[in-house]
Write a protein that binds this ligand. Structure first.
Ligand code: PRP
Ligand code: MG
Ligand code: ZN
Length: 226
């Protein structure tokens, strides 16, 4: 078990599209902080809430291991991580404590523009480039389709042009990246948005009270915006 901690620790994306809005959200809850020299740790001054700046893919693991209590992360990352643990038979359940309504995107299958789309069965035997093999794998099983995931951590959209894959399964926000690569989305396998992720149990050492206070303020801040 993690050592006792009486300050809440929140993991936030260091850079990338959810990082700045996540920090703004915490600031709107009245949180002020002091930055460490390496700028990876923000020490909360107005509340006993510290912020850890990390890679988004690391956020579910940090919460599952009890290193952080909460995280602001895309559902896509949370779902992929959950399925990975299930596959390994080590169930660490995380849950969505809040849905934030921004950072909205979809995990879509996309095919070359000039290809006709007749449905999921068309994917049988094809190579599908993706950074989300678990989420894609679950969907393929549901569809009863046997395809071959090609796992890439980035630049998924150029895989078909490189001859590395036939189609892709990637995040789509504006659709600009797909268009730039002569691909078109044909089916959505996950709808995503930024969420506050946490364990599926209450926190210990008084941290649940701090979390409750933070979330009450967050709910108030969100209402003010509406
Ligand atoms: C995602 C995704 C696409 C792009 C799609 O990458 O992998 O490349 O955004 O966005 P669009 O539809 O608005 O063009 P992201 O910027 O999150 O970076 P990453 O792939 O390095 O995580
Ligand atoms: Mg990323
Ligand atoms: Zn993990």
């Amino acid at each position: 078990p993690a050592q006792p901690r009486d300050r809440l620790r929140v993991a936030v994306q260091k850079s990338g599209r959810l990082g700045d809005p996540a920090r703004e959200l915490l600031a709107s809850c009245g949180l002020t902080w002091r930055e460490s020299r390496d700028r990876l740790f923000l020490y909360g001054e107005s509340l006993p809430v510290d912020v850890l700046l990390v890679r988004d893919d690391d956020i579910p693991g940090l919460i599952a291991d009890g290193v952080c209590d909460l995280g602001v992360v895309g559902r896509n990352v949370l779902v992929e991580h959950g399925l990975e643990h299930e596959a390994q038979g080590r169930g660490v359940r995380l849950s969505e404590w809040r849905q934030l309504g921004w950072g909205v995107c979809r995990l879509d299958v996309a095919i070359p523009e000039d290809l006709e789309w007749t449905g999921p069965a068309q994917l049988e035997g094809l190579r599908i480039a993706t950074s989300y093999p678990q989420t894609l794998g679950r969907w393929l099983r549901e569809q009863g389709v046997d395809a071959q995931p090609v796992v890439l951590n980035g630049s998924v959209e150029i895989a078909p042009r490189l001859g590395q894959a036939d189609v892709v399964c990637d995040l789509v926000s504006t659709g600009g990246t797909l268009r730039a690569n002569q691909l078109r989305p044909v089916t959505t396998i996950l709808e995503s948005e930024a969420v506050i992720a946490g364990p599926d149990h209450t926190l210990e050492d008084g941290r649940q009270e701090i979390a409750d206070l933070l979330l009450r303020r967050l709910d108030g801040a969100v209402q003010l915006k509406e």
